[in-house]
Every structure is written in structure tokens, then in C-alpha cells.
Design a protein around this ligand. Structure first.
Ligand code: SAM
Length: 397
């Protein structure tokens, strides 16, 4: 067994030379290694190395966004995968002057995004997704917007004695962006914010190999021509489109609802209706079989989440089902994946909201005069996701 630093380095180099393909890895095996490597790094680093790593980490995203804006990733993509480029070639194909290009390449090398050998630069395979016409490229733009708010959060929280915010109109977002507008209204004001946000929402959800309709008995519950299924706050409709693609013959109506700015111009497979709707207004479709919301309510503190639930509850009939597909925090709070911990932080930054535990979701639904019929959970090791199935408190399946 490798126990010295040099033996472990040799073992890591051997693995690097021949990494096992993703599909051959056992569930969670690589993640255990990452965790061990992260802890080993902190244990072996000199304190100043750890501090340097932490203080420079907030710069990775801005560096990638600058490289994206200069067209560095586009230049590599135009040349083709595995094709190294010289400085002259990159200089000809990117914006900005040569000293800027050299400076950014130097940083990309420290970030392991680019490697340099024999005066030629090669882009790491994962970084091709940062070119300008990709969904992941848009995700960089979206998270850069959020990072601007994160940078200001210490000043916001200090001014409020580090109390948890609960007002969606006085969140770190308003403080950092010098606006009174709610985050969603602020997004809608600028296509350069709305489009990257929509693209980010279209990504498959983290650690969610199972789609909700793989664990929910769709045929049993939603298979009737009188049924209406509403994806409320469904963004550009990727989720309801996936449902349609998995169950093309599902009878009844499929409806996407979201704010007018979000659903404007959205193109969906035929058979899916698009109805602009503000969920704080009375729900126009009464007595639908299913009102479905995926990661919609987590954007709102309890006060507004209860208003949305009240508008939905008013529209629900005795056989209506409410489906809430949400992140779920661990009880006790310190046993969550980094992605869930960061999503909770993002909810605070943009909305003064927070992720909730299973008990908090159940309580929220009860306060809205709804009862939880069943909490559907993905199999495997995923603990951070659940589909809450609820009905009016006076109804039953
Ligand atoms: C976190 S996104 C989730 C989008 C989608 N359900 C998904 O899972 O990809 C929250 C969605 O709520 C929508 N939303 C925000 N305020 C809304 C409102 N007042 N009425 C309807 N939809 C709203 C946003 O436009 C956004 O699409």
C-alpha cells in the first residue's frame, strides 16, 4: 500500500496515464477519492499554500469569463479537439492585445484549463464547453452574475449583524446590484441575464440520475384524457418536454406556465401548451390533475412560498395533485454535498430564501392547508432530492 508522498504521487501519475472511463467506475468510488485527495491536500499543504489557494479561488470564474469573452475557447474549438495552437495562432484569432493573451493563458495554465508544451498550448477537453455557443458557456455567464453578488455578501451580512435574510426584496442581490427589483424582474430586464439563467435551468439537475417521472407512477396517476398537467414556473419547458418525450402517448393536456418574459418565443414539441402566467395571480386553470413545480418554491422565503401555494390550493379540486420536486437538506445541516450547500447559499444571495429539509417542506405544505400523500425519493445514494406529492387536506387519492 502506498503510504509515502512519493509512492502516492507515483500511484496518482499511473492512474492519470490511464484513467478508467466514467462508465466503468463504481457508484461513488471516484467521489470518495476526490474527498480523500482534498483532505490530503489540506493536511500536506504549508499553511501559506492553503491560504493562497483560498484567496485566489474566487478568481477562477472571472478568468474563465475573460477568456470566453476574448474568444480563446472559440479559437481552440475552431481548430478541433487535441489540436495545440501557438501563441501567434491564438493571437490572430482572439480579441485583445498580446500581453493580455499571455497573461490570461498563464492563469489558465495555473487553473489546469490549458497546458503548454514545446511552445504550443492545448485546451483541456472539459474546457471546450466554455466556448460561446454552448449551454455550459452560458452557465459561466450566469454564475459570474451570481458571483458578483457573493463577493458583496460579507458587506451585506455585516451591515445586518449576520442575521438570516427573509425579505425577497432586500436580499444580497438588491444590495450588490444596486436595485430595488426582485431578482426575477431584474433578470427579465436584460437578455444577457435572462438567457444565461434559462440555459442554466435547462441543465440536468446535479446528482439526479433519475428523472422525477422515473420514480413517480405516471401511468397510474396521470394517464387519462381528462387530465391536465401544469408545469408551473417551468422555465423554457425542458422538464415538461422530457415528460412528453418519455410518455409521448400520455393523454390529456400538458401545459407550461411561467412569466411572460420567460416563455416568450419558447418552442416546444407539439402537444405542449404555453400559457404565460404569474403564479402570484389566481391560477387560470382550475381543477387540473397535477400542478407540478420543480425548484420553484426554493426561490422564495416562506411568506411568498405560502402565497404561491395559496393561489395553487384555491385552484385545486378534490382529485388534484400537487407535485413539488425539490432539493432537500439533511436534518442537522452539516451533512450535505457541496452542490446542495452552495445552492442553499445561492438561494440566500438572490432571494433571501433557503433550501429546506424534508420536515420543513412538509410543514410548509401543511401551513398551506395541504397534506403530503407520499415523499418519492430517487434510489441509489441520492439524499438531496425528493418529489413531494400532496393533495388538499380535505381530499384523498
Ligand atoms: C429555479 S427556476 C426553475 C425552472 C424550472 N422549473 C426547472 O426546474 O428548470 C424558477 C422558475 O420560476 C419562475 N418564476 C419566478 N417567478 C415567477 C412567477 N411570479 N410566476 C411564474 N413563474 C415564476 C422563473 O422564471 C423560473 O423559470
Amino acid at each position: 500500500m502506498a503510504t509515502s508522498i512519493s509512492e502516492i504521487t507515483r500511484a496518482v501519475e499511473a492512474l492519470l496515464a490511464n484513467p478508467p472511463p466514467i462508465e466503468d467506475r463504481k457508484d461513488g468510488e471516484a467521489e470518495l477519492l476526490f474527498d480523500a485527495m482534498d483532505r490530503l491536500r489540506v493536511a500536506l499543504e504549508k499553511p501559506e499554500q492553503t491560504v493562497n489557494r483560498i484567496i485566489f479561488s474566487c478568481r477562477t470564474l472571472p478568468i474563465i469569463k475573460i477568456a470566453q469573452g476574448m474568444g480563446i475557447f472559440d479559437a481552440f474549438a475552431a481548430a478541433g479537439h487535441d489540436k495545440p495552437l501557438s501563441l501567434d495562432q491564438l493571437d490572430k484569432q482572439t480579441k485583445g492585445d498580446r500581453p493580455m493573451l499571455v497573461r490570461i493563458l498563464r492563469l489558465l495554465i495555473t487553473e489546469k484549463v490549458v497546458t503548454k508544451a514545446n511552445d504550443l498550448f492545448t485546451l483541456a477537453p472539459f474546457a471546450f464547453q466554455f466556448r460561446n455557443d454552448t449551454v455550459s458557456g452560458e452557465v459561466i455567464k450566469h454564475f459570474h452574475n451570481t458571483a458578483l453578488t457573493a463577493i458583496q455578501a460579507p458587506n451585506y451580512l455585516k451591515a445586518r449583524d449576520y442575521m438570516s435574510p427573509d425579505d425577497a426584496y432586500d436580499a444580497p442581490h438588491q444590495f450588490a446590484n444596486n436595485t430595488k427589483k426582485h431578482y426575477f424582474d431584474w433578470l427579465a430586464d436584460d437578455e444577457e441575464r435572462q438567457r444565461p439563467f434559462n440555459a442554466t435551468m435547462s441543465l440536468p439537475r446535479h446528482d439526479n440520475q433519475n428523472q422525477w417521472f422515473d420514480i413517480y407512477p405516471v401511468r397510474e396517476r396521470l394517464d387519462d384524457k381528462s387530465h391536465v398537467f401544469i408545469d408551473l414556473g417551468g422555465g423554457a419547458g425542458h422538464d415538461v418536454a422530457s415528460l412528453k418525450s418519455r410518455f409521448p402517448d400520455l393523454p390529456g393536456r400538458l401545459v407550461l406556465q411561467d412569466l411572460p418574459a420567460v416563455v416568450k418565443g419558447v418552442e416546444l414539441p407539439s402537444g405542449i401548451e404555453v400559457i404565460p402566467h404569474n403564479m402570484f395571480e389566481p391560477q387560470p386553470i382550475k381543477g387540473a390533475r397535477a400542478y407540478y413545480m420543480r425548484t420553484v418554491l426554493h426561490d422564495w422565503p416562506d411568506k411568498q412560498a405560502l402565497e404561491v401555494l395559496a393561489r395553487t390550493r384555491e385552484a385545486m379540486g378534490k382529485s388534484s395533485i400537487l407535485l413539488i420536486n425539490e432539493n432537500v437538506l439533511s436534518e442537522g445541516g452539516a451533512d450535505d454535498t457541496p452542490v446542495v450547500a452552495h445552492t442553499d447559499f445561492t438561494m440566500m444571495l438572490n432571494f433571501s430564501s433557503h433550501e429546506r429539509t424534508e420536515a420543513e417542506w412538509t410543514e410548509l405544505l401543511q401551513k398551506a392547508n395541504l397534506k403530503v400523500i407520499k415523499v418519492w425519493k430517487p434510489q441509489q445514494t441520492i439524499k438531496s432530492r425528493a418529489l413531494f406529492e400532496a393533495m388538499r387536506a380535505d381530499a384523498s387519492l
